[in-house]
Design a protein around this ligand. Structure first.
Ligand code: NI
Length: 180
């Protein structure tokens, strides 16, 4: 897991070609990394690759939220096409920013386009928690992170910890790549 401060997390990620080498293996490795880290979403820049590949696992919360049973999805070359005017506020965290959780306001619904793991194209509206996770992950593809969205006051309060994190001062239970 690449941690806050690593330059790849601030890069604009590129679409990939359908014959991208070992794509199936990459996707399965990303799901494994996500599971080990006990997260719900992972974007390729977080494993050091500036490409538009995202995996989301909501199956891991399906004991509490049965509607997400079997929700294991891959989003290739994903883009947000439209956003609802309605906004929602939810607490977010990020595997690349261990230990920090903040409220973030985002559109409640978004229309997205992407290819699934079979390279079948999709164009759909998503809402609720799915919309939240997708916006967080698709942000990673633009080189953005959730802390960019928090209020200036909260940003001031977490600034020191972020600066420390970028210098390697943090702890997490999964394998992390940071500046030590
Ligand atoms: Ni994240």
């Amino acid at each position: 897991m690449y941690i806050f401060g690593q330059p790849v997390l601030r890069k604009h990620a590129e679409d990939i070609a359908p014959d991208y080498p070992d794509l199936k293996e990459l996707i399965s490795n990303m799901f494994e990394t996500l599971k080990n880290a006990e997260g719900v979403g992972l974007a390729a820049p977080q494993v050091g690759l500036p490409i538009r590949v995202v995996v989301i696992d909501l199956d891991c919360i399906s004991d509490d939220e049965p509607q997400y049973k079997g929700f294991l999805r891959t989003y290739i070359n994903g883009h947000i096409l439209e956003e609802s005017e309605e906004q929602a506020t939810m607490e977010e965290g990020c595997l690349s920013i261990p230990g920090i959780h903040e409220n973030v306001k985002r559109p409640a619904k978004v229309r997205i386009e992407y290819l699934d793991e079979n390279l079948t194209p999709h164009d759909e509206w998503v809402e609720g928690f799915v919309a939240r996770v997708i916006q967080h992950e698709f942000d990673h593809l633009e080189g953005k992170m959730f802390v960019d969205h928090v209020s200036p006051l909260r940003k001031q309060l977490i600034k020191k910890r972020l600066v420390g994190m970028a210098k390697g001062k943090f702890s997490c239970h999964y394998k992390a790549k940071a500046n030590h």
